[in-house]
Design a protein around this ligand. Structure first.
Ligand code: G3P
Ligand code: MG
Length: 250
């Protein structure tokens, strides 16, 4: 297996950047992915209280910074005052939260691909998030190097309303367990891909999705041996904290 077997969609995608080696969702994590031959990353986007789109997973900042409280309570200056690297390791001390704009500059400069997850945390506005993020993505990256995904139906619907052409904006529907009505969900958003928790994916469902022409991505797998059967079911890509492990398998 190579890092990129298809220019359109690689088999290996680094989850929150190369989050096994650098603090998740940071510029360092994306640089680490690139340095290791992984040229697609999955990242999470949310809005700060002042409306700035940033790359961040949790509803709050406690787990991945030296601060406390909700992300939505911070403006850009307060967010930038946080250290978002020291929690991971001394080498990353002083790392700053990445804005979407900063992250897109890095991805575009390195010719990388992005699966951007619109992360709608409890109580947050999915429409505002999609409206803030989608135009910036379209400006920064070509359609074939971008997938926007979400668990949130309103975020996906907003994204699709902003960009009705499915070739111009590839949407991925995120599921934990893929439901029986998966096809209706995919059609509803004119989706490009379905993204499944690999531990809950069944071979029959995977094969049906592939037979219907959708891309199938699996998150978050870190054990290439345990994951191996999924390739045989037609899975296109694995989203992994450490996709380097998958490079060694054939
Ligand atoms: O996009 C796949 C995966 O990132 C979804 O779960 O919680 O890691 O954002 P989470
Ligand atoms: Mg995510």
């Amino acid at each position: 297996m190579t890092a990129t077997t298809s220019p359109a969609l690689p088999q290996l995608i680094a989850h929150r950047g190369l989050s096994a080696q650098a603090p998740e969702n940071t510029l360092s994590a994306v640089r680490a992915a690139h340095a290791n031959g992984i040229d697609w990353v999955e990242l999470d986007a949310q809005l700060l209280g002042d409306g700035t789109p940033v790359i961040w997973h949790d509803r709050g900042v406690r787990r991945c910074s030296n601060g406390r409280g909700g992300l939505h309570k911070l403006d850009l200056a307060a967010a930038k005052a946080l250290d978002v690297g020291a929690w991971f390791g001394e080498a990353f001390q002083g790392e700053r939260m990445a804005t979407l704009a900063e992250m897109l500059d890095l991805l575009a400069a390195r010719g990388m691909g992005l699966n951007l997850e619109l992360k709608v945390c409890r109580g947050r506005d999915s429409v505002a998030l999609a409206e803030a993020v989608i135009p910036r993505l379209l400006e920064a990256l070509p359609a074939e190097r971008l997938i926007v995904s979400s668990f949130d139906a309103r975020a996906l619907a907003t994204a699709r309303a902003l960009v009705p052409d499915p070739e111009r904006l590839r949407l991925g529907v995120l599921f934990e367990k893929i439901p029986k009505a998966w096809q209706a969900e995919a059609e509803r958003f004119a989706a490009f891909s379905l993204h499944a928790d690999w531990t809950r994916l069944k071979p029959e469902r995977a094969r049906a999705i592939k037979a219907s022409g959708y891309k199938l991505l699996c998150y978050t797998a870190n054990d290439p041996q345990a994951f191996a059967p999924c390739w045989a079911w037609g899975v296109d890509s694995v989203i992994s904290d450490d996709p380097r492990r998958f490079l060694a398998t054939t």
